[in-house]
Design a protein around this ligand. Sequence first.
Ligand code: SIN
Ligand code: CO
Length: 390
Amino acid sequence: MQRFRPDAFDPALFLRDHWQKKPLLIRNPWADWANPLEPSELAGLACEEGVEARLIEHTPARLTLEQGPLPEERFAALGAHPWTLLVQAVDHQVPDVAALIGPFRFIPDWRIDDVMVSYAVDGGGVGPHFDQYDVFLIQGLGRRRWRVGPVCDDTTPLLPNEELRLLAGFEASDEWVLEPGDILYVPPGFAHDGVAVGDDCMTYSVGFRAPARGELIEGWADHVVDGLTQDDRYADPDLQPQTNPGEITPEALDRLHAMVMQALGDRDAFARWWGKNSSTPKYPDTDWAPETSITPDEVDELLAEGTPLCRNAASRFAFIRQGENAVLLFVDGQSYPCTGPAMALAMEICAQDRLEPAPGQIPPGPARALITALINLGALAFEAGEDWED
Ligand code: SIN
Ligand code: CO
C-alpha cells in the first residue's frame, strides 16, 4: 500500500487549517509514489458496461461531452484537439486505486464518495467549474496546471451548457503545476480548472460527499412515512366549543406539529436509518455475492488455517455504538447487531480493510456467523478465494 512519509503531512493541522476552509498544495508526500493504473487500463474500464465514464473533447468551438461506455475504437478516432477521459469509482474496480484512500482515512469512511480517475492529452481538462465535494487531486502521471479560486455558489453565473456546468467567468487567485505524487486539496465551492501540461496526464480525485439537508430530510421522511399506517391520525377527543370556527388554534397547531416532530425526531431510529442509507453502495445494481455461498464449515476451516480476510473495495462499512457493550454494524445497506467477540470483529473490520486473524482468534458463534454472512453478501472474502467479478 502507498503511504505518506511520516513527517510529510499532519492530519490534525490539515483539519484545523484547511479542511472545508481553503485549498492546500501538498508537494509529493508519498514514501515512494508509483502510479497505480496504466492509461490503457483506464481506457478499458471506460468501455465496460456499468462503469460511469465521460469523454470531453475540446473542439474548436466548445467542449463536448460523451457518456460511456465508449466503443473501443473511439480512442483511435480522436482528433488532434485536446481531450480528457474521466472514469468514476475506479476504487471499486482496482484495489491499488482504492488503496489511495488509505492516507485520508483520518476522515470518516462514511464521508468518502469515490476515486475518479482522469486521463488527458496536452491541453485537456474539464474546464473551470466548482464541485459540492471536498477533493484531494492526486497527480498520478504527467503534469497538470491547476488554477484555483474564488468561492462559488448557486448564484455564480455558468455558461449555457447544463451538462458541464462551466463557470462563465473565472479568475484564479492561485496557480500551481503538479508533478507526479503532488496533491491539491480543494474544498467544496472553490472554482478550479486543471489543464494537462504535456500528454499522458493522469489525476486521481479522492472525493468526499456531504449530504444536502434537502436530501437528508427527503430520505428520512420517506423512510418514516413507509412505517406509518392510515389510522395514525390527528385526534381531538378533548375538543372544546370554538367561538370563531375560522381560527386554527395554537392548541391544534401544537398537536399537528408534535405529530410530525415526534415521528421525525426519533434519534435512535434516525441513526439506524442513516447507517443503512450511508453504507448503501454507490452502484447498488452490481451484485458482488459469490456464485456459490460459503458454508460455516468452510469458514471454520479457513480460519483454522489463519487465512487472511479482505474487504471488497466496493463495499461500505460503518458502525454506531449502542451503549458500552454493543455496536450496530452497517455493511452495504444491511445492519448487524454485534456484541462480545462479534463486536470486536465488527470494529476491527471497520478500522482495517484486511484482517489476519490468528488461528483460534475468532471463536465459534456470532463472530464466525458474521464472517459467513459478510462473505455471502460479497463484502468480505478470504484471500485464498476467487477475486470479485461483477
Ligand atoms: C480532472 O481530473 O480533470 C477533474 C477533476 C476535478 O476537477 O474535480
Ligand atoms: Co472538480
